[in-house]
Design a protein around this ligand. Structure first.
Ligand SMILES: Cc1ncc(COP(=O)(O)O)c(C=O)c1O
Length: 390
């Protein structure tokens, strides 16, 4: 039978997996207008509220005045501007590494870095719950993909002993984007040393948030200097856009020469670079530490309240707080019902998470007021009971 586009859409819909965008008007703050309704935003990765911070907006506007609106070319042609190098130096210093290299997004970083490091004849060991862009990077590389059970370093040890050929790369989310738990980085460092492998950590959700200085999951686990490739993004806690790899000078040079998403794409524009630079400075200043404290307090309050109410929450401590629902349909029903009541939490379904583990993924921000979060918890419990999730 000829498979039409409509057949395909009907099939996605019949499985409860049809995705739609929801329109946010105005800024990304705690209270937003979503689909013409005033709601409390509970699913943004703007963890520290920097996407709405005057220092970033001012830096961005000033950069447009000084440098214009576009870099005009890829980095290796004429698209390396002063701001690219300034930001790379700032990221390297922030992460305590020799060097850093910018990428246009986290997705572009993972699909650029991984194939630059491994290829046919090599092995990439990947946590089963790693972000899709890591899986895409491995598939693109042609290396053998060996998935290990989530955070199970004992199983990984057995797999590393079994798959010995070629260059070996262990890659993990630092904070798991849909579960909110932290990877066991100290154990992974031990394994990578023992087996002569490279270790890459995607800290999209940890950078700016975790660790005393906000350097992320590697700082939290005390292994900042042992991770070979510390990848992070600017589009979440840092309130801007783009990504980076903090690495050795040698690795940076290899990535410049091999990472296709770096080589074959117009580089980040000045407005974005200046906002990222302001964010990197801000997260290291006392204001960053204060914002993290408020975020941690909000996280503790919200996590404990939902757990005490009896929701099923995967083990974790971070600002990403999922409640497991199960079926895709029930999850979207829950999300829609909350939106009706003025709370916006997105439902997460396969293929983003495994079949049968659809969930509402709540994310906390430093800009949430605890009174608003208390109102959200009461509403989530009420709706959860009504829909039979609680
Ligand atoms: C763990 C992880 N890695 C990478 C990405 C991709 O980053 P970006 O949105 O900058 O493309 C995301 C989310 O978007 C993520 O959650």
């Amino acid at each position: 039978m000829n498979r039409t586009i409509q057949n395909e859409l009907d099939d996605i819909k019949s499985r409860g997996l049809l995705r739609r965008t929801r329109l946010i008007s105005g800024r990304q703050s705690a209270h937003v207008r979503c689909n013409d309704r005033d709601v409390l935003l509970l699913c943004s990765n703007n963890y520290l509220g920097l996407a709405d911070h005057p220092a970033l907006a001012a830096a961005s506007a000033a950069a447009i005045g000084l440098y214009g609106t576009s870099s005009g070319a890829s980095r290796l042609v004429s698209g390396t501007m002063e701001l690219h190098e300034q930001l790379e130096r700032a990221v390297a210093a922030f992460k305590g590494r020799e060097a850093a290299l910018l990428f246009n997004s986290g997705h572009a970083a993972n699909t650029g870095i991984i194939p630059a490091l491994v290829g046919r004849g090599d092995v990439a060991f990947s946590d089963r719950l790693n972000h899709a862009s890591i899986v895409d990077g491995i598939l693109l590389s042609g290396a053998r993909l060996v998935r290990y059970p989530h955070n199970d370093f004992n199983a990984l040890a057995l797999l590393m002993a079994k798959h010995t050929g070629g260059r070996r790369l262990v890659v993990t989310d630092g904070v798991f984007s849909m579960d909110g738990d932290v990877a066991p980085l100290a154990e992974l460092v031990e394994l990578k040393r023992k087996h002569g492998a490279l270790l890459m950590v995607d800290d999209a959700h940890g950078s700016g948030v975790l660790g005393e200085k906000g350097r992320g999951s590697a700082e939290l686990c005390g292994v900042d200097r042992e991770v070979d490739i510390l990848m992070g993004t600017f589009g979440k806690a840092l309130g801007s856009f783009g990504a980076y790899a903090a690495v050795s000078a040698e690795l940076r040079e290899l990535l410049i020469n091999r990472a296709r998403s770096f080589i074959f794409s117009t580089s980040l524009p000045p407005s974005v670079l200046a906002a990222s630079l302001a964010a990197v400075q801000l997260v290291q200043a006392s204001e960053g530490a204060e914002l993290r404290e408020v975020l941690y307090a909000n996280t503790r309050f919200f996590r404990n309240a939902l757990a005490d109410a009896g929701f099923q929450i995967p083990a974790g401590t971070t600002q990403i707080v999922p409640i497991l629902v199960g079926s895709a349909e029930a999850t979207m029903q829950f999300s829609d019902a909350l939106l009706e009541e003025g709370y916006f939490a997105q439902g997460i379904r396969p293929p983003t998470v495994p079949v049968g583990t659809s969930r509402l993924r709540f994310t906390l921000m430093a800009t949430h007021a605890q009174a608003d979060l208390a109102g959200a918890v009461a509403c989530i419990c009420r709706v959860g009971r009504r829909l039979g999730v609680l």
